[in-house]
Design a protein around this ligand. Structure first.
Ligand code: IPE
Ligand code: IPE
Ligand code: MG
Length: 245
């Protein structure tokens, strides 16, 4: 267990129900230290434990993390292989603790194309944790927002949905996030200001927060800062605030 950290004033923040994180900057974190990129991915995977603990502490109910995009297959084969190894190891080493902690795992994305052994580990993890309800952890792995939308459309056509039946609610129910509320806050680490095909439907009205901090350095205090910023936002959803004239 990590050392007990400083208390943070949680009464000063509005805690979002659903936080989504684009965990970016592992490669640059490693480069800065003259380490291979894969060392950055390892440090990033370790950081996940800290952030999951912080989410539980802060009372966030749903955390969605972008772990591997449909476009990340374009990276060198050695890096992809290294990432798959890390995912396998995280499942092997962390699953029992995640389960004990009451984390319910969901997978967003396509398991086809993932090596069978890892596919099976993911399916076993989903089954093991399905009744937990302390924190829902959605892992976007081999995930792309466009691919998700096409997948939903294909399924709807297969189900014979007619144009008049189609509503936003029905469409949402065909996405990988079916049954879950949309993200309130999307955080991107590493200073990039783009969405990179992440939750492009679900985050239509999310608040965005970007920090220059690389993902392996994004800690509990950084997450708290993001919640402070979120608390200062006025969410309008296209309408006017109560006191608007
Ligand atoms: C995020 O870090 C992890 C994945 C995309 C799998 P990057 O690997 O994108 O790190 P940078 O952006 O090159 O620093
Ligand atoms: C987004 O980061 C994907 C993940 C964090 C898994 P990338 O590093 O792949 O995104 P781009 O290429 O900078 O847009
Ligand atoms: Mg990146």
């Amino acid at each position: 267990m990590p050392a007990k950290s400083e208390p943070l004033d949680l009464t000063a923040v509005r805690v979002p129900r659903h936080v989504a994180i684009i965990m970016d900057g592992n490669g640059r974190w490693a480069r800065k230290r003259n380490l291979p990129r894969v060392a950055g991915h390892r440090a990033g995977a370790e950081n996940l434990r800290r952030i999951i603990n912080a989410c539980v502490e802060f009372g966030i109910k749903i955390l969605t993390i972008y772990a591997f995009s449909t476009e990340n297959w374009e990276r060198p084969e050695s890096e992809v292989r290294g990432l798959m190894k890390i995912f396998t190891r995280v499942l092997d080493q962390e699953l029992s603790e995640l389960h004990a902690q009451g984390v319910c795992l969901h997978h967003l994305g396509d398991l086809n194309g993932i090596e069978p052994e890892l596919q099976q580990k993911v399916l076993d993890a989903l089954e093991l944790t399905k009744s937990n309800d302390r924190l829902t952890l959605n892992v976007a792995f081999n995930y792309g927002g466009r691919a998700e939308i096409l997948h939903a459309v294909r399924e709807m056509l297969g189900d014979g949905i007619s144009p008049d039946e189609l509503t936003e609610e029905l469409f949402s129910s065909y996405l990988f996030t079916s049954g879950l509320p949309d993200p309130d806050l999307v955080i991107r680490t590493s200073g990039e200001l783009r969405i990179s095909n992440f939750l492009i439907w679900q985050a239509a009205y999310a608040e965005y927060y970007a920090t220059p901090c690389y993902w392996p350095d994004f800690d509990r205090e950084e997450l708290y800062e993001a919640l402070v910023a979120y608390s200062q936002r006025e969410r309008r959803f296209g309408a006017l605030p109560e006191d608007g004239d």
